[in-house]
Design a protein around this ligand. Structure first.
Ligand code: SAH
Length: 251
């Protein structure tokens, strides 16, 4: 049984207990070296064999898994954040299905949530946005029809934009074309939860310049939307005058 594990955003304490235990017991560890903090592997067994998947293609990753499985070794495949977001683990699972190798997925804290945490932000603000869009800019890999940033921006939902920090000017342009006001708040978090984390706050008008001034070029998320502002409605959930399943309204 191969375990796909979400390593979390960087802070080695932001991995699940289940994920950590599996890493500590593994004979073979394949980790996404471009983003996974090597400290999350620090408890590995003596003699565990460690591969950095940043240097491998899909066939090579599968070959390592297949051979280790044959030898009865425990393999863990460690992805950054949560594997379900731009993790490319589905193609690995499909190959394992073909080979008759079983697997499980252990979720992790996505950088999307680490970013909200460090901003002290709630993505779903009553009366402002009740929808969160995880997306990225069209770069070297194209976007499917209807999913260009401009199309998505028309919803005025909370947007969490991955993999796009190198295209800030174009990002802002498309968001504004899609209908966001230039005064819409935006924030960029570089390496959320790492010791060298940085936060840049602004509006669509100035965020690209601020990020460029800060010299941030990779490993950052951009979040955009009115959820970052101070104007919102209080929730019904904790509203004194609102009855819920657990609590009666008070006069
Ligand atoms: N599966 C990962 C995302 C992988 S895509 C997750 O759930 O977080 C890689 C992109 O994620 C990076 O380009 C960057 O936009 C973002 N990212 C990953 N870790 C980050 C972190 N600690 N802080 C900010 N952004 C991060």
């Amino acid at each position: 049984m191969i375990s796909f594990i979400g390593a979390g955003p960087g802070d080695p304490e932001l991995i699940t207990i289940k994920g950590r235990k599996l890493i500590d017991q593994a004979d073979v560890i394949i980790y996404a070296g471009s983003l996974v903090n090597p400290d999350v592997l620090s408890g590995h067994k003596e003699g565990a064999v460690i591969y950095n998947s940043a240097l491998m293609d899909l066939d090579e990753v599968i070959k390592v898994m297949e051979e280790a499985e044959k030898e009865g070794k425990k393999v863990v495949r460690v992805h950054t954040g949560d594997p379900a977001i731009y993790g490319a683990h589905r193609e690995q699972m499909d190959r394992l299905d073909e080979l008759g190798i079983t697997y499980e997925v252990v979720p992790g804290v996505s950088s999307a949530f680490a970013t909200a945490a460090v901003l002290n932000a709630e993505y779903t603000m009553p009366g402002k946005s009740q929808t969160v869009i995880f997306t990225r800019m069209e770069g070297r890999t194209p976007m499917p029809p209807g999913e260009k940033l401009k199309d998505l921006a028309s919803h005025h939902a909370t947007m969490v934009i991955f993999l796009s920090i190198g295209f800030m000017d174009e990002m802002v342009k498309q968001l504004e074309e899609g209908g966001y006001e230039p005064t819409t708040p935006a924030a960029v978090v570089y390496k959320a939860s790492w010791p060298d984390q940085r936060i840049v706050r602004g509006t669509l008008q100035d965020i690209a310049q601020k990020v460029s001034d800060a010299g941030i070029k990779k490993t950052a998320l951009t979040v955009v939307g009115d959820f970052l502002g101070d104007d919102y409605e209080l929730s019904k959930l904790y509203d004194r005058g609102f009855t819920t399943e657990f609590r009666r309204a008070k006069e």
